[in-house]
Design a protein around this ligand. Sequence first.
Ligand SMILES: Nc1ncnc2c1ncn2[C@@H]1O[C@H](COP(=O)(O)OP(=O)(O)OP(=O)(O)O)[C@@H](O)[C@H]1O
Ligand SMILES: [Mg+2]
Length: 456
Amino acid sequence: MFRKIKYSDQYLAKTLFKRFLLFVFLLVSVCFGFWYWNIFQAMMHGQFNWWDMLPIGLSILVTVVFGWSLYWFYKHYAPKHTDIFSRYLKRIELRQMISLLVVSKGFFDIETTDNNTYLTYYPKLKIKVKHTTGQLLIEEPIDGEKYMAQFAGGDFDQSVETALLADRQTTEFMKNKMISTFAFEPIKFRRQLLALQPQKGRLQLAKGIDWKYDTFYNALISGNVGTGKSYTIFAILGQLLQLTKYVDIIDPKRSDLASLKYIDALKSRVHSTPTEINQAVIKYYQNMMARAEKMEKIKATGKIGTYKDYHFEPCFLVFDEFGAYREMNDRLTFSDPAYEAYQIAMSNLNEIAMLGRELGFYLIIGMQRPSADSLPMAIRGQLNLRINMGVPTPEIEKMVFPDNDKQLRPLSSQLKGWGFIKVGDSQVRAFFAPEVPKEFNLHQWLSEQIRKRGQV
Ligand SMILES: Nc1ncnc2c1ncn2[C@@H]1O[C@H](COP(=O)(O)OP(=O)(O)OP(=O)(O)O)[C@@H](O)[C@H]1O
Ligand SMILES: [Mg+2]
């Protein structure tokens, strides 16, 4: 049910709180009615005792305790719980927030006469909260009134996004109004790692956020130490392995990903020493060029299209800790035999980033700081799926989400594996990576995904 937002809703929580306190005080006083009557009669007989003040003191005390509990519920309990009372309090907070936003943006008119101020216009706004999906629907007026342009242009929606740390999902225009849908509880969109179901050309990241790798080719997963980059990569990797056997894995830090060489099916596809890595990149590039040649032959007959149209399989190079790889190799001296291989590998990577889309050779890069020295601009410009785990520093935000205008704030202090995501040119959205269960065994899960291959 949509609920109308009123000018006075900006004080909604405070008003309801005061009414509640008054109600409790009156209720307690009524309960003490018999006591008061006794005291009154005693006074009529000229007796007065300081203890007679007790019921008033008790009423105040009970009211204070109730008031304090309600305040605590509103501030600390309701945000974390989903019972009916918490939902009610959350709805109050949202109504108040939306009303406040209208006021702070000045989308209303008042008229002042000598002794009074009247509200002459307040926009017809309605909201509906869908608790189960964590969505907020706002109906905004497109009715020819004064502030219509600001609503239609998304100015108001942008403030809602900032104020609620919500992501706008859709905007639907109807006669005289528009309805914008926001996701205000990103955790509700989290997927479970074990339930991920990839399809050809489409990997699942969160509910409503899929990665269509053919369109938004090449991915970057950045973020500070321990924010969940590698776990996010596991979720992507498991899905890729379900779709294709052409997945190469690089892990210069020899952590979890490097250990995948102990899975038989991946033995020759995991690379972790500097020499192996350079070779793997060069080989990947050569395979790409071989495909380019094959495709050129087909195209010579006049056919057009990309690799999919010729029934080639997509290939993926999953490169975690890319920054560490750069650092290790940048220390090499000119005369070192590995230096040349590194130079070739880097120039190949540039080309893969550029040409890979049409040929079906994709890159997935994980690194902490994608600065210009560690990630060449030629590659960065070709990364269409961008994820930053954790809140990016302003400097990193400029690199990963250069034209973002939304304020990015922490999503959770207790949970791990959240960040922000941008697919292609769309807006930056809050994001929880697929949840990895407690007793999780990476090798076992990946082996299962490999077994599922061919069945999708
Ligand atoms: N999606 C998730 N589900 C459950 N737990 C997670 C998730 N993501 C991260 N974690 C927790 O956070 C820890 C760090 O995650 P991860 O190793 O992926 O971070 P990282 O960004 O790769 O760190 P580093 O920079 O050290 O490589 C994990 O050990 C895990 O406990
Ligand atoms: Mg890692």
